[in-house]
Design a binder for this molecule. Structure first.
Ligand code: 5AD
Ligand code: SF4
Length: 489
C-alpha cells in the first residue's frame, strides 16, 4: 500500500490532473464510437453533507473526463462508493453493498469498482477490502480525492487492486470541478478536518487537521455560483466556528476587503454581501466556539437564515466532560436562550449520542431533561458506536447493547413528540418558501423549504421551481409541513 507521510502538494495540484483527464477523455471518446454510448458511472454516497459535496466533486471530475451518470448499477461501467466511518452501521452497509456487487462484476468483468472516502483512511478497513473484496479495482482516501483522474487512469491499466491512501492532509486544493445537482442550492466548503478530538469521534483521524480556505476563494466560488443561478449556499465545515484559525492576515490590502475576514462571523458577513444571494446556511457549529459576534451577524444579516445546527451530544455534564466537549448543559442552554432572544423564530437542530461509555441512568435523565428545555425543531439521535482508534473505544465501561437500545427508543419517542408539537405550532402561519423541486406525487406538486429549513409540500406547477413563494401552512405532518401558496414572489 502506498502511504506518504506528508504529500508534496501545491494548492493548484488539480491542474496536474489535466493530462490524465485528457487520457480519459480520449479513451471515453473511443468507447463511445465502439459502443454507441458514453461510459457511465454511479456514485453511492454514505454519511454527511461533507461526503455529499465530495461526491459532487467526483461527479465534476467524471464530467470532465467524459462520463455520464448511469440510472442503475446494472447500467454502470464504474461504481464508486464514497464511504463514511463516523458510525459503525454506515460501515457495515458499505461492506454489505460491496459484497452484493460480486455477481455483477462476474457478469461484467470490465466493471470498475472504486471505494473512497473516510472509511479508507483507516488501515484495518483497507486490509479487509484487500482480503475479502478482490472485485474492487481502486481504493483511495479523502486527502487525495483531487488525484482521482490519475488514479482512475492507473487502475484501468491494471487487473489488480490499486490502493493509494495518504496518511495526512496537505494544503487545501482549489479548483476542483463540481457537478451540483440542484442549481439553486449549493454547498461550499470553508474548512476541512477537525482539531477537536471529541473522544467518541473518528473524524479528526480520518479528515485530518483543521484547514481553512481563504476568504477570497470562498467568496469567488459563491459569486460564481450565484452567477450560475444559485440562490442559497450552505457553508460547510466540521466546525465552521473555528474558521480562520491559522489563516495569515494579508500584509497589504488588495482593496477587496478580505484582510479583515479572519474569523467565521466576519466571513459570514462578507458572504452575506454577495449580490443576489438570497439565503445562507452553515453547518456544523460547535457550541464551545459560537461567539456573540456570530449571533449578532445572524441577527443583522437579512439573508442569513434563522436556522442553527448545534449538536449537544449529551445533557450530562459528566458525560460532556468525558466526551471532551468543553461546555456544560447550563452553558449550552444559556447559549440557546441568547440566540433565540436575538434571532426571533430561530430554529435549532441537534445531534445526540446515547450510550456513551460510562453513561448512567442519571446521565440519560439529564439528556432527557435537556431535550425538554431545548425544544428542538428536529434532531438526529445516535446510539454510541465504538470507533477503533478513539479514546472512548478503549474504555472498559461500555454500555450494554440492550441498555443503549432502550435509551435510544425512549429518546427517539420523546424527541418525535416534541418535534411534532413544534411542527403543529406552524399551522396557520405564512412563510417564505424557496421552491426546490417537484413533490413526491409528481406533476402539480412542489416541495420547498422555509428559512427555518422546514420542508413544506404544496400544490403548484413545476415552472415555479427555483422561485420564492409565500406559503400558508395548513397541516403539520410528523417530519414536514403541508401548505398552500398565497403569493409567488
Ligand atoms: N457513535 C455514535 N455517534 C457518533 N457521532 C460521531 N461519532 C459517533 C460515534 N462513535 C455522531 C455525533 C456527530 C454526528 C455527525 O455523528 O452526534 O455530531
Ligand atoms: Fe467529531 Fe467533535 Fe470534530 Fe465534530 S467537533 S467532527 S464530533 S471531533
Amino acid at each position: 500500500m502506498k502511504r506518504s507521510e506528508r504529500p508534496p502538494l501545491s494548492a493548484s495540484a488539480y491542474a496536474d490532473q489535466s493530462y490524465y483527464i485528457q487520457i480519459q477523455r480520449n479513451l471515453n471518446a473511443q468507447f463511445e464510437v465502439d459502443h454507441d454510448r458514453k461510459r457511465r458511472f454511479m456514485i453511492m454516497t454514505y454519511g454527511c453533507q461533507m461526503n455529499e459535496h465530495d461526491s459532487e466533486k467526483l461527479m465534476g471530475m467524471l464530467g470532465e473526463m467524459g462520463y455520464e451518470e448511469a440510472l442503475t448499477k446494472e447500467d454502470a461501467d464504474l461504481i464508486i462508493f464514497n464511504t463514511c466511518c463516523v458510525r459503525e452501521n454506515a460501515e457495515l452497509r458499505v461492506y454489505g453493498n460491496l459484497g452484493a456487487l460480486k455477481p455483477l462484476k462476474k457478469k461484467n468483468p470490465d466493471l470498475r469498482i472504486v471505494v473512497c472516502g473516510c472509511m479508507m483512511q483507516q488501515p484495518h478497513v483497507v486490509e479487509e477490502i484487500k482480503q475479502k473484496y478482490s472485485h474492487v479495482s481502486l481504493v483511495f482516501g479523502t486527502h487525495n480525492l483531487h488525484q482521482f483522474p490519475h488514479l482512475l487512469s492507473q487502475s484501468y491499466t491494471s487487473s489488480h487492486l490499486l490502493v493509494d491512501v495518504w496518511d495526512s492532509e496537505g494544503e487545501v486544493i482549489e479548483g476542483l470541478p463540481v457537478a451540483r445537482k440542484v442549481g439553486i442550492k449549493a454547498f461550499v466548503n470553508i474548512t476541512y478536518g477537525c482539531n477537536n478530538f471529541c473522544t467518541y469521534c473518528i473524524v479528526p483521524y480520518t479528515r485530518g487537521r483543521e484547514r481553512s480556505r481563504t476568504p477570497e476563494s470562498i467568496v469567488r466560488e459563491i459569486e460564481g455560483l450565484v452567477r450560475d443561478g444559485a440562490k442559497e449556499v450552505t457553508l460547510l465545515g466540521q466546525n465552521v466556528n473555528s474558521y480562520g484559525k491559522g489563516l495569515k492576515p494579508l500584509a497589504e490590502s488588495t482593496g477587496a476587503g478580505f484582510e479583515q475576514v479572519l474569523n467565521f462571523p466576519a466571513l459570514l458577513e462578507r458572504v452575506s454581501q454577495i449580490e443576489g444571494l438570497k439565503r445562507i446556511r452553515f453547518m456544523t457549529s460547535h457550541p464551545k466556539d459560537i461567539s456573540e459576534a456570530l449571533i449578532e451577524v445572524m441577527a443583522r444579516c437579512e439573508n442569513v437564515c434563522e436556522s442553527l445546527h448545534l449538536p449537544v451530544q449529551s445533557g450530562s455534564d459528566r458525560v460532556l466532560k468525558a466526551m471532551n466537549r468543553h461546555y456544560t448543559k447550563g452553558q449550552y442552554l444559556d447559549l440557546l436562550e441568547l440566540a433565540r432572544r436575538r434571532i426571533p423564530g430561530l430554529s435549532v437542530t441537534t445531534d445526540i449520542i446515547v450510550g456513551f461509555p460510562g453513561e448512567t441512568e442519571e446521565d440519560h435523565e439529564e439528556t432527557m431533561d435537556l431535550i425538554e428545555k431545548a425544544q428542538y425543531d428536529s434532531a438526529f439521535t445516535f446510539m454510541y458506536s465504538i470507533r477503533t482508534g478513539t479514546p472512548a473505544a478503549e474504555r472498559e465501561d461500555q454500555v450494554p447493547e440492550d441498555v443503549k437500545h432502550a435509551r435510544f427508543d425512549r429518546m427517539l419517542k420523546r424527541m418525535n413528540e416534541i418535534v411534532i408539537e413544534k411542527n403543529k405550532a406552524h399551522v396557520g402561519k405564512t412563510y417564505e418558501v424557496m421552491i426546490e423541486n417537484e413533490g413526491k406525487e409528481g406533476e402539480g406538486t412542489l416541495i420547498g423549504r422555509t428559512r427555518h429549513n422546514h420542508l413544506v409540500a404544496f400544490e403548484g406547477p413545476s415552472a415555479w421551481t427555483g422561485s420564492f413563494a409565500l406559503v400558508k401552512i395548513t397541516r403539520a405532518k410528523n417530519f414536514s409541513l403541508v401548505g398552500e401558496v398565497v403569493e409567488v414572489l
